[in-house]
Ligand binder design. Sequence first.
Ligand SMILES: C[C@](O)(CO)[C@H](O)COP(=O)(O)OP(=O)(O)OC[C@H]1O[C@@H](n2ccc(N)nc2=O)[C@H](O)[C@@H]1O
Ligand SMILES: Nc1ncnc2c1ncn2[C@@H]1O[C@H](COP(=O)(O)OP(=O)(O)OP(=O)(O)O)[C@@H](O)[C@H]1O
Length: 300
Amino acid sequence: MEEIAYAKLNLALHVRAREPDGYHRIETLFAFCADGDRLRVEEGEGLSLSITGPFAAGLSAGEDNLVLRAAHALRDRFGVNTGAHLTLEKNLPVASGIGGGSADAAAALRLLARWWDIAGDASPSAPAKAGAQPQQSNWAPAFAGAQRSLYAEIEEIAQTLGADVPACLASRTARGDGRGDRLRPVDLGLAGTPVLLVNPRVAVSTAAVFKGWDGVDKGPMPDDPREARNDLQPPACALAPEIETVLAALAAQPGATFTRMSGSGATCFALFKDEAVRDAASACIASLHPYWWRLAISLL
Ligand SMILES: C[C@](O)(CO)[C@H](O)COP(=O)(O)OP(=O)(O)OC[C@H]1O[C@@H](n2ccc(N)nc2=O)[C@H](O)[C@@H]1O
Ligand SMILES: Nc1ncnc2c1ncn2[C@@H]1O[C@H](COP(=O)(O)OP(=O)(O)OP(=O)(O)O)[C@@H](O)[C@H]1O
């Protein structure tokens, strides 16, 4: 059994305030890519994890890995007493603003909910089309009856694992308020849009970037991401100046309609009008900067 940990993008991110607990109140627009890390499960004693793939090196497969933390939390909550061996194919760079660890944790919740037969069709992999009303604060109401409360329970676990994990659990375009964990589905009509992700292979700590925010509330996030900002871009660029070079390289590509940094960086992305121009941009950037990581993909 396999689950995809879809790469997360923040199309916009406005930081509104620093709360007394040190977390920041944000307004953000989440979108998801059609691929990312891959997580597989098979029978096993206890809970264990192996990591493969291009970014396996340097990532601990110990109890601090978000995949195992998610697995333990789910098992404890639902009183499961069978084990599982998980294999994570780490395709996304670590600490790169595209939710890697959060997406993996969310994928573990979805995968193990199926594997242990906890959620049945309440798995967020099931389309949440009907009944997702904009004023709702999370995704649970998109599911019917008992499945709704199961989804709400799994979402509660997600919240304990990180601010991005509830959004990654749904992996659907959404506005996030609060810590980014109060979600409201939105339809921007961007499904299928070709996108190119580029990372200069510099890991950036989310906590350090938030710490570098200047503390000035620059106003609410407009509905249209083109009129919005990523307020974490200046503090991220201060820590990793390469981000400016990545943004300039993406913005210079013919057919790029929208360019921005995602989350706390350093990954930046551009949306393109079609796949041919996206692929040409990817080839151009590869020739100019062979060391940079790239992913040519489309939005979910
Ligand atoms: C930057 C974003 O990725 C945008 O989606 C998220 O806001 C961060 O989500 P995340 O990586 O899941 O964040 P967490 O693992 O919960 O927190 C990592 C660290 O980022 C800081 N943090 C995170 C979220 C938030 N709203 N305010 C914060 O100040 C805190 O210092 C925290 O210790
Ligand atoms: N499965 C995992 N994948 C990646 N990082 C993990 C994982 N488990 C734990 N971590 C830890 O989480 C930290 C943040 O990694 P992650 O890739 O989630 O950051 P990010 O891409 O900046 O996420 P975000 O966009 O949510 O800020 C890493 O430094 C790593 O030590």
